[in-house]
Each structure stands twice: as structure tokens, then as C-alpha cells.
Design a protein around this ligand. Structure first.
Ligand SMILES: Cc1ncc(COP(=O)(O)O)c(C=O)c1O
Length: 270
């Protein structure tokens, strides 16, 4: 289903490989390069950059003389984010390569905007029953109400002593998927916010195995999708391999779609 959405550009359906490789292509910066042509007249903004960061980014930002947003949509060189053309397309392909995933799409307004887009996409595909733990970000709740998605919540695991929510595990998911299926109102999408705001993480691989089992023999358009709000996990594919007890990146462990905020743990610009 994600690939349906992406089929607007067949070149985005790329690479089944899952191995991260740092190649010289990862030094390419198509968007920054093009922006540098505009540097005499515009500065980056929204959010505006403090001077220290501007200096780090070099000449192109210091040179700027006008403070304000610049819309590059439909620009002859930039291309169009919606149509996936031009420099946006080049950048998205590089992003997918860096993360070793099938495809990547830039979003606007952080994971908030991405969550809303993804939920809207589910709604257009008739995927209207979502199973989720309680710790959803506001954007999910708002989008669910806007696009008439029903959320069934997983049982709450609350640690009274530390006053923290503990993530749901694979067994929780298995029980709830079965319950809703038996009740004649099957789940379309399992949503996990992982890692959590407090830094906990669940075992995505075990959960994706439960979902894969559930999907066996079911036509593709009726299968349960695993969607991970990984706003706090942009760095996960790049952790050293020998560090064992850190969260695993969802898309390398069976998730179908995720959202990340590179401006959080990814150390990038919004
Ligand atoms: C789990 C989760 N999802 C989404 C968001 C929204 O992220 P952004 O600030 O990139 O819009 C946050 C923000 O804190 C978050 O914690």
C-alpha cells in the first residue's frame, strides 16, 4: 500500500537492500547547492536560524539580505514536492539510500505534519480502524478525528512507582488484534509511538512477527499495516552495531511505514 502511494514515481520504488552503506553519494547536497543560488536574496527561515548555525552553514546563509520564507514549489529547478520531481526527488532518493529503506518522502511541519498526512492516506484507503497505545502524539488524535479514523486503545501499562507509561508488547498486540477480529471489527493499522517520549522502546520485530502471522492468507488490501511514529528515532539506523541494548529502527525490523523528525535526534534542520 505504501508502494501504491509511491508509485506516482516508479524510480522511488527502489532497493530491497537493508544494509547501510556510506557512499560518496551521501556527500551530495542537491537542495543546499541549489539554495546557494538564492543566497543573495533570501535566508532560511521558519524556524529562523540563530547566527551561530548560519555561520556553520557558511557563506550562503550569512550573505542573505531578506528575512522571510521562500516557497520553492513549482520552481523550474527545485521541482515540486507533491509531484516528487526535481531536487526534492533527488534528495528523497538520497535519503532512502542513507536509511537503507525502499523509499522516503520529505514532509512539512515535522512529524506532526507527517502523521497527519499518513493518517489522511489511511483514510483514503479505507484503513479506518487503528489500534494504538495511549501515548499518541496530539497530531494523531487530531488527524484521526478529522479523517474519521476509529482508535482502539491497547491496555495501559503504567508503572505507579516511577509514574511512567511502559510500552505495550507483542502479546498485548496479539490479544487485541484477535479480540477485534473475533468481534467482526478487525484492525487495519497498528500504531506504535516508539521510542516513547520517556525513552522506552518496545520490541518492534516481535510485534511485526505477530502482525505478519495475522496477515497470512489475507488479501494485500485487507492486511494489517504496522505504522511507527518514530519521531524520536531518526538516529537509530546509525547507532554502532556493537551497542546491543538500544532501540532498533522500525523499518529494518518489519514496520511498513514510519515518521521521523530529523530535527530531533537526527541532528538536522527542520
Ligand atoms: C511521539 C511524537 N510524535 C510526533 C511528534 C511531533 O514532532 P514534530 O515536533 O517534528 O512535529 C512528537 C514531538 O515531540 C512526538 O513526541
Amino acid at each position: 500500500m505504501v508502494s501504491d502511494y509511491l508509485s506516482m514515481d516508479s524510480e522511488l520504488k527502489i532497493r530491497p537492500k537493508r544494509k547501510l552503506r556510506v557512499t560518496s553519494r551521501q556527500n551530495l547536497t542537491p537542495i543546499i547547492e541549489l539554495l546557494s543560488n538564492y543566497a543573495a536574496t533570501v535566508k532560511f527561515c521558519t524556524p529562523s536560524l540563530p547566527r551561530c548555525i548560519r555561520e556553520e552553514l557558511g557563506e550562503m546563509l550569512i550573505k542573505g539580505s531578506v528575512e522571510g520564507s521562500v516557497s520553492c514549489e513549482n520552481d523550474i529547478y527545485f521541482g515540486n514536492l507533491s509531484d516528487n520531481t526535481g531536487k526534492y526527488k533527488d534528495g528523497q532518493i538520497l535519503l532512502a539510500e542513507a536509511y537503507a529503506v525502499d523509499a522516503a518522502i520529505y514532509g512539512v511541519n515535522g512529524s506532526t505534519g507527517n502523521n497527519i498526512s499518513i493518517i489522511k492516506y489511511f483514510a483514503t484507503r479505507g484503513k479506518t480502524h487503528l489500534l494504538s497505545s495511549r501515548n499518541i502524539h496530539k497530531s494523531i488524535g487530531i488527524a484521526a478525528s478529522e479523517y474519521r479514523i476509529d482508535i482502539s486503545f491497547l491496555p495501559i501499562n503504567f508503572n505507579d512507582y516511577d509514574e511512567l507509561f511502559i510500552p505495550n508488547n507483542a502479546e498485548d498486540i496479539r490479544i487485541e488484534l484477535k479480540k477485534h477480529k473475533d468481534n467482526g471489527n478487525p484492525i487495519d493499522v497498528v500504531l506504535l509511538s516508539n521510542p516513547t517520549y520517556e525513552g522506552f522502546s518496545t520490541n518492534i520485530r516481535e510485534i511485526s512477527d505477530v502482525i505478519k502471522n495475522q496477515n497470512e492468507g489475507i488479501p494485500a488490501d485487507k492486511q494489517v499495516i504496522l505504522f511507527v511514529d518514530e519521531a524520536w528515532g531518526a538516529h537509530l539506523p546509525f547507532l554502532p552495531k556493537d551497542v546491543q541494548r538500544l532501540p532498533k529502527y522500525s523499518l529494518h525490523n518489519g514496520a511498513d511505514i514510519n515518521t521521523i523528525s530529523v530535527h530531533k535526534q537526527g541532528g538536522g534542520l527542520n
